[in-house]
Design a protein around this ligand. Sequence first.
Ligand code: PMT
Length: 413
Amino acid sequence: MRIALGISGGIAAYKAVEVLRLLQDRGLKVQVVMTRAAQEFVRPLTFAALSGEKVITEMFAREGGEPNLESAIEHIAVAERIDALLVAPATADILAKFANGIADDFLSTLFLATTAPVIVAPAMNVNMWNNPATQANLATLRSRGVRVVEPGSGYLACGMVGPGRLAENEAIVAAVLEVLGATQDFLGQTVLITAGPTREAIDPVRYISNRSSGKMGYALAEAALRRGARVLLVSGPTALKPPDGAELFSIESAAEMHQAVMAHAGEASIVIKAAAVADYRPKKISVRKIKRHDFLREGVPGYAEIELEPTPDIAAELGARKQDQIIVGFAAETENVLENARKKLVGKGLDAIVANDVSQPGIGMDSDRNAVTIITASEVVDVPEASKAEVAQRILDAIHRLRTQRTSPATRS
Ligand code: PMT
């Protein structure tokens, strides 16, 4: 998800640095917008370096002293791209502009142009806060659906005591996440997710692999981050960019995945095995590229043989050694989907299995969509076809229910 962080000109502008970092930690992409006055307190470069994106400081970027109209249109496109606009700190001035529909700089124009939800975290001198004009503006904004994160009370930079101090960073971020519908029910959990295919080398140029794109595993990683988890992502080769905030461990073979998972599983309270791991690998890997004629067995033309051996079953090993962990497997099946998935649930000692019918066109492997059945000891949940992002949320819901069952006193006897 993408939000715009508007910074207006108050002494609390420096606190926006920490707000930005916290938002990024929750997996949000942040476009920073600064008013002219804000730049008197903190330089845009600070936010550009932290956000990795150009900070918008004016309506018309200038080229050779001339305003560039194209960039203004591009800037306005921000209004359509964002899922929320947060203004922290919000001065009395910017609140007045918002309440009265004045659009004389980029931030106030963005406010008018966006249909995304808006959150403001005011910070100002106590008298300015108490002034009826400010309170009337806030009342107007609240009545129009703007979420106000109330300022704290205490010593203010102006030397006065009273309300006007920017709310705590965590409270501001919590308000944003609430507005975005990103509940934090995985806060404090470390989730290890495997994603993508493995490649089992035959020689330096050839390998055995499968059609997994990694999309399902990456969608789970993104969703878990948004719900507050620390995410360890053990990924086979994919073309995907890992979600911001995920700790990535790139692997190629099943043996490397085994090693990475075993090295980090101890840190995780939840392991989700969405990867499509090769069950077998070539027994010998040739150090040189095998020539066409080398493949021939005893000189028989058209006959080639690669001897295979089983790979370690990572999910089964985790299932056998788990204590309080929740281990979730996937079952990619083309027939008897539920029956086969149930066998894997029990056989691998898992807490849940996500059954995928990978014979259906348009869903499952290498697709943006999926339809699954989540099976645990206490429930069977059908998730009809949806985006992998949506399916990931439903899988996390089921895992959350499992955790709640385990920790609730009624089920802990
Ligand atoms: O990556 P995408 O294109 O988005 O596609 C997603 C997916 C279809 C690959 C994914 O949703 C999925 O179903 N992954 C599991 C595929 C699979 O290997 O299933 P399986 O039935 O062969 O294995 C059962 C479980 O054991 C899986 O959790 C698998 O990760 C695990 N396993 C398998 C073999 C092995 N050696 N070690 C394992 O841990």
